[in-house]
Design a protein around this ligand. Structure first.
Ligand code: CA
Length: 424
């Protein structure tokens, strides 16, 4: 288990990489997230790096690993992963004997190009915010917003991995079939109701054999870490296609992850109890454990920002659309997602991505999609420059950020994920 606090979490720890010690930095020495990078413009194969301050540490150049394959590293046993984190922390700490040697293995983040943090074999998207499920359910089914299985089964569907890109992704507005409620037949064309979804991407560490379930007590050992995840969605295509088998072309044209994979070990200081309202059903035994109740949830602050093309041209920064925290949004913990996913014997593999589903909190200002913020487009948002949005326009850049902070722990960040909509 990677739940325990150890010397790598010590808030007093400082790095010889000066930028890592600056207040508000996403990547202090207590974080140490993994990503895949190459020097910008070189076309070299991507290799494994660790973010420290505004730098990237070339992990193989330190001699600590002998692979460029992030999935190989993710498949290692928890004790090996813990030992690697301890060694990276010791080498980057102030006073380290390796400082002079490792300084040669640093590159500025501004001088590298990142890719998705690992090879994503399979991608499953869950639906863990009961607030999102209820609000969206009301729009699709006013009489029956929350389906009766919701509080018992972690709802999910199999998504598509090939169209997942890294922050900086630009994609064309998707086209497809849509049908207005009052139209007799569907029409075809570019989506007019293009939306984002604020999610976290949980990544699988070592997998399981087909036919073997991962129980709650083992689930955490199979969890590597987390990124921000934007699951772009075409609501008009979704509304026409989603019954009876769920979303398809409305979701699989693009999804964007942040480049730095923050490990569950780095998140240890931000674990919190998993709680259910007293009137709600408690999880079935295969989704329940004492450890999960005590500390199976994570407290991660999340915000969504928008920068339109006009704002960019005027030199104006992005404007915040919403803010929430995972503890206010998620009805299931990552361990429960792993236990549920494998309960039938389905095999997970290192690098598989489990999307949290849109993380909307209970208040209207905490909604993780435009569909919720604008009531299905009926109440457009007015931006500070006077522009209005019910859904995304061409040229819009959508930015998501995440971070963790509490008294007695060093603040760590997930960085950000940016994606831009291009015209069809
Ligand atoms: Ca989603």
């Amino acid at each position: 288990m990677n739940n325990a606090l150890n010397a790598t979490h010590d808030p007093a720890l400082r790095s010889w990489v000066a930028s890592a010690n600056q207040a508000g930095c996403d990547f202090p020495i207590q974080n140490l997230p993994f990503g895949r990078f190459r020097p910008a413009g070189t076309g070299e194969p991507f290799r494994i790096g660790v973010a420290i301050g505004d730098q990237v540490l070339d992990l193989k150049a330190t001699g600590l690993v002998h692979t460029d394959d992030m999935n190989v590293l993710m498949a290692k046993r928890p004790t090996e992963r813990q030992a690697l984190r301890a060694a990276i922390s010791a080498g980057l700490a102030e006073g380290s004997e390796q400082a002079a040697e490792w300084a040669k293995a640093l590159l500025a983040q501004s001088a590298v190009e990142m890719t998705v943090p690992c090879r994503i074999g399979d991608y499953t998207d869950f639906y863990t915010s009961v607030h999102h499920a209820t609000t969206v359910g009301k729009q699709f089914r006013p009489d029956n917003p929350l389906l009766p299985n919701y509080k018992w089964v972690p709802i999910g569907y199999h998504g598509r991995a090939s169209s997942i890109g890294v922050s900086g992704q630009r994609f064309r507005r998707p086209q497809g079939q849509t049908k207005a409620p009052d139209a007799a037949v569907p029409s075809f064309g570019p989506s007019k109701r293009l939306d984002y979804e604020l999610e976290l991407g949980w990544f699988v560490a070592q997998g399981n054999s087909q036919g073997e379930s991962i129980g709650m007590d083992a689930a955490e050992a199979h969890l590597f870490g987390v990124t921000l995840f934007n699951d772009w969605s075409a609501r008009d295509i979704q509304g026409w296609e989603y019954q009876p088998l769920g979303p398809f072309l409305s979701k699989n044209f693009a999804s964007t992850v942040s480049p730095w994979l923050v490990t569950t070990e780095a998140l240890a200081p931000f674990r919190v109890a998993f709680e259910r309202p007293a009137d709600d059903p408690q999880p079935l035994p295969y989704l329940d454990s004492e450890t999960n109740r005590a500390q199976g949830a994570f407290s991660i602050e999340l915000e969504v920002l928008l920068q339109t093309a006009r704002m960019r041209e005027a030199g104006e920064g992005p404007v915040r659309l919403s803010r929430t925290n995972t503890t206010r949004a998620a009805y299931w913990t990552p361990a429960q997602l792993i236990a549920h996913h494998t309960v039938n014997g389905c095999n997970l593999q290192p690098g598989d991505l489990l999307g949290s589903g849109t993380l909307s909190g209970p208040e209207a200002s905490e909604a993780g999609s435009l569909m919720e913020l604008t009531s299905g487009g009926k109440q457009p948002i007015t931006l500070p420059n006077g522009e209005q949005r019910s859904f995304l326009a061409d040229g819009d850049a959508l930015i998501m950020r995440g971070w963790c902070e509490r008294d007695g722990a060093a603040r760590i960040g997930l960085g950000e994920v940016v994606g831009t909509v291009e015209p069809k």
